[in-house]
Design a binder for this molecule. Sequence first.
Ligand code: LLP
Length: 388
Amino acid sequence: MRERVRQLQAFDCIRFAQKANSNIHVLRILRAMDVLVDAVSLGEIERALRAGYVPGTAAHEIVFTADVIDDATLARVVELGIPVNCGSCDMLVQLGKVARGHPVWLRINPGFGHGHNRKTNTGGPSSKHGIWHEELEDALRLVDAHGLRLIGLHMHIGSGVDYTHLHRVCDSMLDAVRRLDRPIEAISAGGGLSVPYRSGEPEVDTGQYYAVWNEARLEVERIVGNKVRLEIEPGRFLMANAGLLIAEIRAVKKVADNHFVLLDAGFNDLARPVIYGSHHDICFLTPTGSAVTGPVRSVAVAGPLCEAGDVFTQHDGGYVAFRELPLPQVSDLAIVRDVGAYGATMSSNYNSRPLVPEIMLDDGRLTVIRKRQSIEQLLDLEAKGESF
Ligand code: LLP
């Protein structure tokens, strides 16, 4: 995590998209490194506060980014003076009605996008996200009509992007800035930076990435005539490679010519392979921590859920894939790599399985940073049926 933050230090502001990993202890470490934070729900705002982020300051430590806002969240951002990055014109109206002068960003859908999967592409005509680029003038009229204070423009075209779109996004940002009739204090490049999930996959050249955005920022400064802060909003980049899922092997089956290794963790614990067909490297260890060896077999690694798709080894398209791996035994461990982003935050209680504990390894120290959820806690929510 710390090394990843250092790689982006050239940006004026790194704003962590905490949806990737919103554990309060993770947020505390990032805050200590001057990383600011993005929140997309009331829960994420409260997490940021609990981690020590201070709202309503000139530094805008917390920003709320969404396409919709509910009444409870609206009241809280107004109370705390948290800037709102608006992804719809309706949000501008709802905010403007209760809080004239409130600071806002406009999130623009530039008309194209990209992602490691269609479901993580957040630009173009099939995306629900952001204000469509042709609607910018309408959004500005609403900003003025409600006396809102425009801080900046934001573009996030997707997650796990391939950078061939980089210049195009910068050009779209410049086009939008030229259509503004006012100064702004910041622009945001959004998130999206990719990380290697397979050994040998290249790392993004963050120096080059910054150079392109910085050039755009300088042009923005020429257009608006003042200094402009350049923000970046990574989630995956800071966290993905920092997390492992450790599970125990509970069964090893031969099925025709293949083998299924069944773990005590399922897609309720790690959803990415099932949702996107995402690849995560997996290796097996004995209970004492040495690598499982022996001849390789055709192996699928699967979970305990009552769903045929509960398989961690998937093809890109999202279906059971077999990998060449040595065969482990019951009680050995499976290590699923690179789950630090969108691992715990996307977990669920499906099949009434409690959330697993999270453990941080920092400087040789192990700390439980989220306790194991108990079955009582799960059932408590339903304990008393309340008539109304
Ligand atoms: N900013 C906004 C407005 C976003 O919606 C996102 C991610 C980010 C920043 C951070 O994107 P990142 O740097 O992590 O690519 N569950 C999917 C990823 C969904 C991303 C949602 N939005 C996955 O596991 O791949």
